[in-house]
Write a protein that binds this ligand. Structure first.
Ligand SMILES: [Zn+2]
Ligand SMILES: [Zn+2]
Length: 269
């Protein structure tokens, strides 16, 4: 698989950087968009045609989903690149109502977008322990790829996501989460861990709890999971990317990079 970063600015778009949006091109030709925050759809048009992408949501905070109503407009009405089949949408169970409202004409209305997307709520293990892989861990399919989710720690229904391509490559995306053992469990042996590091080097103690991770915590998760490469993302415009890098490198010996707009990543190569 190949990942193109459309935007990676944390919590909101920044100068020259859209909010969260990651385009995955899979080995069987399917295209999967992970999150579509403000500005991501504009960058998608630079890199690919938006008419034939599947959609995967980590959660529905505005910085991860607000370009979705515009993607619906593209896939419904584009004169030459409208959707020619229903795509898969994997997301929180609240997605049809939440994003249906965002796309509706009146307060009472909920736009039914099942003409474009086949909405499938994430099937994630409940309870304390995430063990991956395990026979009980039922994933989802998009084309030849398999996708798995685990609960994140964040104020709204949120998921950690693992994507496994048929070519054997694997990528885990933290979405937004506070530090959780689920992350290292889901990321076990993955080629790439795309992990948020909103708080910079370390949590300064003044941040809201149950919300985000630091570079140090991202490094700890990468080391515990034994991933190939760690990519730090979701750093806000006021954040401290260099601090996040420093913190992560303190705990993880492998390659650590900062996500950047238009960066192309090929897990497993
Ligand atoms: Zn966010
Ligand atoms: Zn969030």
């Amino acid at each position: 698989m190949e990942m193109t970063i459309l935007g990676c600015s944390g919590s909101l778009a920044g100068p020259g950087n859209a909010a969260s949006g990651y385009l995955l091109r899979m080995s069987d030709g399917e295209k999967i968009l992970m999150d579509i925050g403000p500005g991501a759809l504009a960058r998608l048009q630079v890199h690919d045609a938006p008419g034939d992408v599947h959609m995967v949501f980590s959660h529905l905070h505005p910085d991860h989903c607000l370009d979705f109503p515009s993607l619906l407009v593209w896939q419904r009405y584009h004169p030459t690149d409208a959707a020619t089949r229903r795509h898969t949408l994997l997301g929180p169970a609240i997605t049809p109502v939440h994003l249906g409202r965002a796309s509706a004409d009146t307060l009472e209305d909920v736009d039914d977008f099942t003409d474009i997307f086949d909405m499938v709520p994430w099937n994630a293990p409940r309870g304390d322990a995430v063990v991956f892989p395990s026979p009980e861990y039922v994933g989802h399919r998009i084309g030849a790829a398999r996708l798995y989710a685990a609960p994140a720690v964040h104020p709204t229904e949120s998921y950690l996501i693992r994507v496994e391509d048929a070519d054997g490559s694997s990528l885990v995306y933290s979405g937004d989460t506070a530090a959780t053992d689920h992350l290292a469990a889901l990321a076990a042996g993955a080629d790439v861990l795309l992990c948020e590091a909103t708080w910079g080097e370390r949590d300064n103690g003044n941040n809201p709890p149950q919300m985000h991770m630091s570079g140090e915590e991202a490094g700890q998760a990468a080391a515990a999971a034994g991933v190939g490469t760690l990519i730090l993302t979701h750093i806000p415009p006021w954040g401290d990317p260099e601090g996040a890098l420093r913190g992560a490198r303190r705990y993880f010996d492998g390659p650590v990079e900062l996500a950047a707009p238009d960066m192309v990543v090929t897990p497993g190569r």
